[in-house]
Design a protein around this ligand. Structure first.
Ligand code: FES
Length: 151
């Protein structure tokens, strides 16, 4: 779907900025906000490009560079840290052959670290795009990744 088609689903009100950016990012196969998308949003909302860039750059859920089709966000906040999320992260890095912050060469996965995902009672936790995974173990992670490799 073209950027304009997505943007026009919203009223041209500034309070819709975050929702528009989310929709544009979700629509892009590489999960990021292109320069065109930011410019079209600024024009639609009648605000400056720098205001839109400021918001897109401030929130960690937005990316201004291409990422994988599946964004894996691993919580590294205190509760997950106590429950050995470092081992989870190391296992993900090993399975995917990359370090946190990188994307697999095939463009399927991007691995990121995140603040608390609000799942502390079932930590350690991660998200893949919008889906949450809790009580992570090495075995569970391998199974989850295989299900995404098959998609
Ligand atoms: S600390 Fe990890 S989900 Fe809250």
């Amino acid at each position: 779907m073209k950027n304009q088609e997505i943007i026009k689903k919203f009223a041209p009100k500034q309070h819709n900025l975050l929702e528009i950016l989310h929709a544009l990012q979700d629509n892009h196969p590489q999960n990021y906000l292109t320069e065109d998308a930011l410019e079209e949003t600024a024009r639609f909302l009648n605000i400056t490009k720098s205001a839109v860039y400021g918001v897109a750059g401030y929130y960690t859920m937005f990316s201004l560079k291409p990422r994988g089709r599946y964004i894996i966000r691993v919580c590294v906040s205190p509760v997950c840290e106590i429950l050995k999320v470092n081992e989870v992260l190391a296992h993900l890095e090993s399975e995917l052959g990359l370090s946190a912050g990188e994307t697999t060469p095939c463009g399927r996965f991007t691995l990121e670290v995140s603040e608390c995902l609000g799942q502390c009672q079932e930590a350690p936790s991660m998200m893949i795009n919008q889906k949450v995974y809790n009580n992570l173990s090495k075995q569970k992670i391998s199974k989850i990744l295989n299900s995404y490799r098959a998609k």
